[in-house]
Write a protein that binds this ligand. Structure first.
Ligand code: CP3
Length: 341
């Protein structure tokens, strides 16, 4: 059984297991090398040999307890007949976007799409990954994926997305349903291919008021979780409603996720006293402190471990590694955790 599955079964593992969001990425020279060879970021995602290779790089370098398959939450845009590309210094560009000339007439089933390359990457990775290391599959939550589809790119102004959702209620609900269905199929196929844990990334859950949060975050996520739970009883599901503050509690209780990914803005006493009663905690070292390093990072690691250690938990960051993070800080983080009593 893999380490994260043991935690899910309630076994206490010491030192606690650790992996990092965006652990494969631009802060690693070996990643940049493969990324260059692949050509574009999407070519890297869709090439099973390259994608598997970068998935394994942080495990080889830091001996982390889990690998997360290298792909992106936005690949699924192509299943809605939208075209996706990534541009340096801009990020994702999706066209047409939902605000212009979009029709939901036909979509592409996961098993007939380029997402099947991700499944191949998963089986290649599982073949060589040590047996006790977890392999995490993932998808974007419908709401977070929709924010990119509505705008056609990354945004800091979510008012427009929220207004679009309210002004296009019928289409918005159809899209949330369709994305929940495609994401369920996608995660199921990832599990069949060898992922033993799955994670649902809802990076923009925190911009919503309670009512919209219930309809656009909780409802679609519950559908994905309950469909997966019917088929795969022993596969732990990690939920990440980033920024959701006090709504974290209801998110856990209403969606049924097993493991809750905590962002670094959450108060750790709240996490321990309230959230740890309903889910396994995963978190929440600050990515900024990981970049800074030194005594502040050390204190943050100690604080996390002391607050969460009464029950089995997983160490991670509150969000992805920042791209200019010094590698030596990641090495120190692992060293401190592994030598902790
Ligand atoms: O190591 C891992 O965590 C696995 C791979 C992974 C990536 N993206 C690789 C990536 C995962 C799990 C994601 C999830 C993802 N992608 C999220 C949710 C988590 C989060 O970070 O909030 C989101 C919102 C995206 C969408 C996305 N992907 C954007 C907005 C961008 C551009 C911004 C940027 O950082 O460049 C990406 C690109 C991306 N995804 C990169 C990587 C390593 C950098 C691209 C490159 O190498 O050129």
């Amino acid at each position: 059984m893999t380490t994260l599955c043991k935690i899910y079964e309630g076994k206490k593992i010491w030192p606690p297991p650790v992996w990092l969001m965006r652990q494969a990425g631009r802060y690693l020279p070996e990643y940049n090398k493969v990324r260059k060879k692949a050509g574009s970021f999407l070519d890297l995602c869709y090439n099973p040999r390259y994608s598997s290779k970068v998935t394994l790089q942080p495990i080889e370098r830091f001996d982390l307890d889990a690998a997360i398959i290298f792909a992106d939450i936005l690949l699924i845009a192509e299943n809605l007949n939208l075209s996706l590309r990534f541009e340096d210094n801009i990020g994702p560009i999706i066209s047409p976007n939902l605000s212009n000339k979009f029709s939901l007439e036909k979509f592409i089933e996961v098993e007939n799409s380029r997402l099947m390359n991700v499944m191949e990457s998963i089986s290649l990775t599982r073949d060589v990954l040590e047996k006790d290391k977890s392999l995490i599959g993932f998808c974007g939550a419908p709401w977070t994926v929709l924010t990119y589809l509505i705008n056609g790119t990354s945004t800091k102004d979510f008012k427009y997305c929220i207004k679009w959702m309210h002004n296009n209620k019928i289409l918005a609900n159809e899209l949330l349903d369709l994305l929940a269905k495609l994401s369920t199929d996608y995660l199921s196929l990832q599990i069949e291919a060898g992922a033993d844990v799955v994670k649902i990334f809802d990076t923009w859950a925190g911009v919503l008021e309670r009512e919209d949060f219930m309809s656009w975050v909780v409802e679609p996520t519950s559908k994905i979780v309950s469909s997966l739970k019917r088929k795969y009883k022993n596969i732990p599901i990690i939920g990440f409603p980033k920024g959701a503050e006090y709504l974290y509690k209801e998110y856990i209780d209403l969606t049924g996720v097993d493991i809750i990914a905590l962002d670094q803005d959450l108060n750790r006493d709240f996490c321990r006293n309230i959230l740890q009663k309903s889910a396994i905690l995963q978190g929440n070292i600050s990515p900024n402190l990981l970049r800074t390093g030194g005594i502040k990072l050390e204190n943050d690691i100690h604080d996390t471990i002391e607050k969460f250690r009464d029950k089995p938990f997983i160490i991670n960051l509150g969000h992805g590694i920042i791209k200019d993070t010094p590698i030596v800080n990641v090495e120190n983080l692992i060293k401190i955790i592994r030598n902790y009593n």
